[in-house]
Design a protein around this ligand. Structure first.
Ligand SMILES: Cc1ncc(COP(=O)(O)O)c(C=O)c1O
Length: 383
């Protein structure tokens, strides 16, 4: 067969690779980011009810009105600001589709998009499929701080997009208001849009508050903000996300969305809308819920040789195995699967040019028993 691959160097994602290896080796998978506990039974009940009520045909392209109205109320609850469900909110197939649509909407051949490594793996392929290229700026472990002077030096007349992710997967760090101010100053008077991946908006630790681009008066005018009910409602398989952006950006995003997925599974949208109406505070305890899990896991691992790196947000936890081995993270992760029967996610695949580091990502969105078993296996591996 003769054709030219558009992404010749893109293989299977590291999440799929490690999950597949976990299955092959019978390992406990605390690598990939999905909960192993049930969703709220009230949410499940809403889905059964709306299907019974016949909510089974095409949803409107931009998302069902009830859900967009609930999202608008939720945004008001979180950030104290009003967003118009008609012109500023679009329901998508998970955060992933929103990211893809936003990229296609604003970048094209010859353009450049800036992304920060370690970068979530969906960004670069979307940019390349739009015919553009990514300029990757590495954040150095273990602090992973932004260097905004470096970003300024990377800007040129081709720069059209800057993608930020806060709380950031996989570094578990968060951007603060100063970072957003620096970003706003950089794009001022330039034709650059911001794509803010905020799917972990509700998972920040130690009393930190999320700095959303939506709450930043200047950035809000130039940004797509992407969210995910997969993360917020512990239902990653439902694939319901949404994008919030000013009307002009939303119009362009919807042009892509309507020929990409057209519309999202209607009973799921109605179910989430009903659930948010009936349980409007369902998501407010997320930080406390995950902080307890973070503290449980880090408490069990401290002193084991798998040293936890302080996590500010996301439902992940990094550990440094540098005291145990000088193996590459890919090799060491594979050894853990075989010998400790634990699947983790190495960090180097999230970098274009990985720095020297010995870090693995663990997912804490797991039952306490799962985290205890994982910690016991890691400790037993060291002994
Ligand atoms: C940083 C980040 N962005 C986007 C996504 C995708 O979200 P969704 O599962 O809603 O497509 C994920 C999922 O893990 C993520 O970690």
């Amino acid at each position: 067969m003769r054709f030219n691959s558009k992404l010749p160097d893109v293989g299977t994602t590291i999440f799929t690779v490690m999950s597949r290896r976990a299955l092959e080796e019978g390992a406990l998978n605390i690598g990939q980011g999905f909960p192993d506990y049930p969703i709220d039974p009230r949410l499940a009940r809403c889905l059964v009810d709306v299907i019974g009520e016949g909510r089974n045909q095409y949803a409107p392209m931009e998302g069902v009105t009830e859900l967009r109205e609930q999202i608008s109320s939720k945004l008001h609850g979180s950030y104290g600001l009003r967003f118009d469900p008609q012109s500023e909110i679009t329901v998508t197939c998970g955060g992933t589709e929103a990211l893809y649509d936003a990229v296609q909407a604003v970048v094209g051949p010859g353009d450049e998009a800036i992304i920060f490594d370690p970068a979530y793996d969906a960004y670069e392929p979307a940019v390349r499929l739009a015919g553009a290229r990514c300029v990757r700026i590495a954040l150095a472990p273990p602090a992973f701080r932004f260097d905004w002077d470096q970003v300024r030096r990377a800007l040129n007349e081709r720069t059209r997009l800057i993608i930020i992710n806060s709380p950031q997967n996989p570094s578990c760090t968060v951007a603060d208001r100063n970072d957003l101010d620096a970003l706003a100053a950089l794009i001022r008077d330039r034709p650059i849009t911001v794509l803010a991946d905020e799917v972990y908006e509700h998972v920040l630790y130690d009393c930190r508050r999320h700095a959303s681009v939506l709450a930043h008066p200047e950035l809000r005018e130039h940004s797509f903000a992407v969210f995910s009910f997969g993360k917020t409602l512990h239902a990653t398989g439902w694939r319901i996300g949404y994008c919030v952006a000013p009307p002009a950006l939303t119009r362009e995003l919807r042009k892509v969305h309507q020929f990409n997925t057209f519309s999202i599974v209607s009973p799921l949208q109605y179910a989430v809308a009903r659930y948010l109406r009936e349980c409007p505070d369902a998501w407010t305890g997320l930080s406390a819920f995950f902080q307890a899990k973070r503290d449980l896991l880090t408490g069990l691992l401290r002193g084991s040789g798998f040293e936890p790196i302080p996590a500010a947000g996301t439902y992940f936890q990094l550990v440094d195995y540098g005291a145990l081995s000088t193996d590459s993270d890919m090799d060491f992760a594979d050894r853990l699967i075989r010998e400790a029967k634990i699947a983790t996610i190495p960090l180097s695949p999230f970098y274009a040019a990985p720095p020297a580091m010995t870090l693995l990502r663990l997912c804490i969105a797991k039952r306490d028993e799962t985290l205890e078993t994982a910690a016991a296996r890691l400790r037993a591996f060291v002994r």
